[in-house]
Design a protein around this ligand. Structure first.
Ligand SMILES: *Cc1c(COP(=O)(O)O)cnc(C)c1O
Length: 397
């Protein structure tokens, strides 16, 4: 029998979540997460995944995964520092470093635990972290865990960054200061102003950390936002995930040899959590090779995204100011956004509503993630549904 205290806590708080509209049910996909998915027996065009290049179901990656699994086994067997570092992990890290244009790299089991480990390995009590207001949850948690003072910077506001950078460094209160930002912001698709960030941070001697989860495989011919701006020698931490554009699972930091040596001796998820499976490592290496050898994957992603965006605009939707394939359709009202996505789902277009508190009040939306795996026919079918549903709900004329 479970504890009464626990039961009471769960009952009250689940009820509370539901009342506030913050409880979401989880759909089960019957089969793979490809461009077309099956949910409750219904086939739908999938515009909700982060599988930018379609690599999650790419045959070359599956083959590389199987091959590595056969050669090394299903699991790595230990944490990296005990004896869980296989040569395939080293190969993956060399590949990431080369891809990102840095001396070295370290791989983690996920992007989330990478942020938890990497930030707190370097930033401590007595330090300060300047953090963009719209940074990802894993950055926020990583900053909290570090014990450093967290100073929120208005979203992409370079004047605010400069003022707070100046104040933090000139106060003499902190041993060191870091600025941390998403490379591409996941809700609006806007891109961090890397050259301006570098200028400000170099002026005030601030450590720079870019989480490029949504930039890798997308920006800079797939190599990420930092490389897009040619700033790989000016950003201290190029952090990212292997689960979105790369299509598999895992996280990483690319940087100098000295930084990576430090992280390998200090980052707690590296020290106390078993390493990536050999299969995942092999598939990630293959993904990077494919991006390097076949620019057409990234090109197709952008062609599809640009086409889909222009069609949504043509039929009259507000798609915000995204600079990347992330395509919000902003309807404003929270209830309308929920109703909109429900109708889209019923008509075979799988998208998710995104409302307050994930985005500001009154900017309710559904978020589309067109990817390289979609065909023009799939996108056209989705547009037809958008036109029909939008007219029914009076969102477009
Ligand atoms: C998705 C995401 C992560 C987490 O990556 P996982 O590999 O899925 O754990 C971290 N940071 C940002 C900005 C993300 O969008």
């Amino acid at each position: 029998m479970s504890s009464k205290v626990l039961d009471q806590f769960l009952e009250t708080n689940l009820e509370d979540l539901k009342e506030k509209g913050l409880f979401s049910t989880i759909d089960v996909l019957e089969g793979s997460n490809g461009p077309i998915i099956t949910v409750n027996g219904m086939k739908m065009i999938n515009l909700a995944s982060n599988n930018y290049l379609g690599f999650a179901t790419r045959p070359e990656l599956i083959e590389a995964d199987v091959e590595a699994t056969k050669h090394y086994g299903a699991g790595a067997g230990a944490v990296r520092t005990i004896n869980g570092t296989l040569d395939i992990h080293q190969k993956l890290e060399e590949k990431i470093a080369e891809f990102k244009g840095t001396e070295a790299a370290i791989a983690f089991q996920s992007g989330f635990n990478c942020n938890m480990g990497a930030i707190s390995a370097v930033m401590k009590k007595g330090d300060a972290i300047l953090s963009d207001a719209l940074n990802h949850a894993s950055i926020i948690d990583g900053c909290r865990l570090s014990g450093a003072k967290i100073i929120r910077v208005n979203h992409q506001d370079m004047e605010d960054l400069e003022a707070k950078a100046k104040a933090a460094t000139e106060s003499g209160e902190y041993n060191k200061v870091m600025y941390i930002t998403d490379g591409v912001f996941s809700m609006d698709g806007d891109v961090a102003k890397i050259p301006e960030i570098v200028e400000i941070c170099e002026k005030y001697n601030i450590i720079t950390y870019v989480d490029d989860a949504h930039g890798t495989g997308v920006m800079g011919k797939g190599r990420g936002t930092v490389k897009h701006f040619g700033m790989q020698d000016h950003i201290d931490f190029q952090m990212g995930t292997l689960s979105k554009g790369i299509g598999v699972v895992g996280g990483y930091v690319a940087g100098t040899k000295q930084l990576i040596t430090w992280l390998k001796s200090q980052a707690r998820p590296f020290l106390f959590s078993t390493s990536l499976t050999p299969g995942a490592s092999g598939a990630c290496i293959k993904a990077i090779e494919l991006i390097e050898e076949h620019p057409e994957y990234v090109e197709t992603l952008w062609e599809n995204a640009n086409y889909f965006k222009s069609e949504l605009k043509r039929i009259g939707y507000d798609i915000g100011q995204s600079e990347t394939p992330i395509t919000p359709v902003i309807v404003g009202d929270e209830k309308l956004a929920q109703e909109f996505s429900k109708k889209l789902l019923e008509n075979g277009v799988y998208v998710k509503p995104i409302v307050f508190p994930t985005v500001p009040l009154g900017t309710g939306r559904v978020r589309n993630m067109p990817n390289a795996g979609h065909t023009k026919e799939m996108l056209d079918d989705a547009i037809k549904v958008y036109e029909k549903v939008g007219k029914e709900l009076g969102i477009i004329k």
